[in-house]
Design a protein around this ligand. Structure first.
Ligand code: SF4
Length: 375
């Protein structure tokens, strides 16, 4: 059997997001690196490569599938209680030492990150999602921007079946990839990891393309939520959090900001786990910046009111949560406060459908091994 890299290089098709350059080079536009790639070489993500002056991109497999409550993604202002069917491929354009999806994201770079890929078709994934009762299909686990062509193929099938679609992404995009995705994605979560370019360079990126992507996503009408994993000693200084929150509020005070607690993972085992007090302090910074929807995650029951959605005008409790579990839901049809009639921004179902599950689980397709390893 060949290496994982060799195997993945057999599961490709020609990409859409690139241009040909002189001397057999191609330039890829799928992420903010915009790699110029010589013939016979791979891009920074190691899954897109130039062969004979054409860019080849991942196709026809998944690194994993799972059904999650949509609150886990996290989307708090999109179809609360819905089931999100998540799929991912392999590889990433960054290499964060604290990655919580490292088994799939770092599969090509790190020999310890073993996630055997499974052969898949868009039809099989959508049929399985429907069979589980999913309302939304989400590309996640690896960085979905670098596998945008495959995501769009799956999302076309999903839309035809009446499902909504989403990306869970690091936000390192380009104008070209956002235009490419615009017609096929409803929900977009960006993991804004820091507000310091030096920190982003440690992770293998730059902050500029990420901030520009956040502005564009909002302008282009994607439903956008932002997550910041607060890591003690890395990004939790009051100054950095204040600049980050000011930036978000400047794009729109209606963007939900999820501040989530770090726990030791992958290669980052030095900092302490994030305390509830640190999240409460970050939330206060967000409130002072003018953000209207701030949520604290990963510490259920320890962050006071910061798991709940309140009306931004009269403070009526609209959606009450414990972790991923919705314990009460009072929004009127299509997302209005029942007390004062204020519209709450988001993507709401005409009525609350209840919650299928507050826990992630493996879908039937995977359990019954209809997805077979490509190894
Ligand atoms: S997806 Fe990003 S890292 Fe990968 S080849 Fe394209 S520009 Fe480079």
């Amino acid at each position: 059997m060949g290496s994982l890299k060799d195997l993945l290089h057999q599961h490709v098709r020609e990409g859409d997001l690139y241009e040909k350059m002189d001397r057999g080079f191609v330039r890829c536009f799928a992420c903010g690196h915009c790699c110029p790639i010589p013939d016979g070489q791979v891009g920074v993500c190691k899954v897109r490569f130039n062969e004979g002056g054409k860019l080849y991109v991942p196709w026809g497999y998944v690194g994993g599938v799972q059904c999650d409550p949509i609150e886990k993604k996290p989307f708090f202002h999109a179809y609360p209680g819905a089931l999100a069917y998540s799929f991912g491929m392999l590889g990433c354009d960054l290499h964060c030492s604290y990655c919580q999806n490292w088994v799939t994201s770092q599969a090509i770079r790190d020999p310890n990150a073993v996630a055997p890929p499974l052969a898949a078709t868009p039809q099989a994934l959508v049929q399985d999602a429907l069979g589980q009762g999913a309302r939304v299909l989400v590309s996640t686990y690896n960085e979905p921007l670098i596998t945008s062509e495959w995501a769009v193929a799956v999302f076309k099938e999903a839309r035809a079946a009446g499902l909504s679609t989403g990306f869970v992404s690091n936000g390192n995009g380009t104008p070209q990839v956002l235009e490419y995705l615009r017609s096929w994605i409803d929900l977009y979560k960006v993991d804004l990891k820091s507000f310091d370019d030096r920190h982003y360079r440690e992770l293998g990126g730059r902050i500029g393309p990420i901030l520009e992507t956040i502005r564009r996503l909002h302008q282009m009408g994607f439903w956008l939520e932002i997550v910041t994993l607060v890591i003690p000693g890395f990004n939790d200084s009051p100054d950095e959090l204040a600049r980050l929150a000011d930036f978000l509020a400047g794009v729109s005070p209606d963007i939900p900001w999820h501040i989530t607690a770090f726990h030791k993972d992958y290669k980052m085992t030095d900092p302490d786990d994030t305390s509830p007090e640190t999240l409460l302090r970050a939330a206060e910074i967000g409130r002072r910046a003018g953000l209207r929807f701030i949520y604290a995650g990963n510490l259920p029951g320890q962050v006071g009111d910061l798991e709940n959605t309140r009306c931004p005008k009269c403070r009526e409790l609209l959606i009450e949560r414990y972790g991923y579990l919705i314990t009460s839901y009072k929004l009127t049809s299509n997302g209005f406060c029942p007390a004062c009639g204020t519209a709450v921004p988001g993507r709401w179902a005409p009525s609350f459908q209840g919650q299928i599950t507050a826990y992630p689980f493996l879908p039937r397709l995977h359990r019954r091994s209809k997805l077979v390893s490509i190894a």
